[in-house]
Design a protein around this ligand. Sequence first.
Ligand code: HEC
Length: 212
Amino acid sequence: MKKAWFKWAALGAPALIVAGCATYPDQATTRQIAEKMVSDSFTAPAPALLKRLQQDRSQQICSKIGGAPLTQEEAAEVVRLARASIKYPASGQLVGDWKRGDKLAHEGAGDRIQGGRLEKRKENGALCQNCHALAPGEFNVGNVGPSLTGYGLQRGNSAAIAKLTYERIYNAWAYAPCSNMPRLGATGHLTPEQITHLVAYLIDPQSPINRK
Ligand code: HEC
């Protein structure tokens, strides 16, 4: 009797596991269910919030289920879309006022969701401080991104560095596809002019970030 039970268990257990797995939805369905759960959780969404729930093509590529690594083709597509998104200021001048950049880098207000509504401000902050170390001696900084302390001291302030820095802030995915750096210009959070001030903050020799 005991023996028979073991036999069934041995045969039955794998069958049960297979049956169990077969009832799980596939990846596409799992994604649909998850996205519906997120959108349903906004009971009275403002149009601007609803727009945020729609993933663009790059975000869809970047949020592969299970965090699978990007294929070369996918990475290339994210970079191509990011490059195509970059707009430059009408003045053509990529280096603005480092003092205004300093303020923006430490200012977090704008585009936040408060009480189910989207915060509107005259000017959005950039809050680089949340993820990056900035001027030497600042303690209240994040470490999600690499330290930017001495950014200009290390790289100089040539036109090529200004352009690279502008593009990285406008759409970081042009250089690091699917990174955790927000696409600050491409999403409309920052204007091209604001980004020129941030470029100045990073590369101007007078900026506190380059203090020796
Ligand atoms: C949510 C976190 C986050 C925020 C906010 C953020 N960054 Fe980043 N940043 C990152 C990460 C992660 C990287 C590394 C991957 C990459 O390059 O995209 C990075 C990379 C960079 C680089 C390239 C660094 C290098 O060594 O070449 C620059 C420049 C930069 N960020 C500037 C900024 C500025 C300026 C702001 C504010 C306008 C900002 N970042 C806001 C996360 C962030």
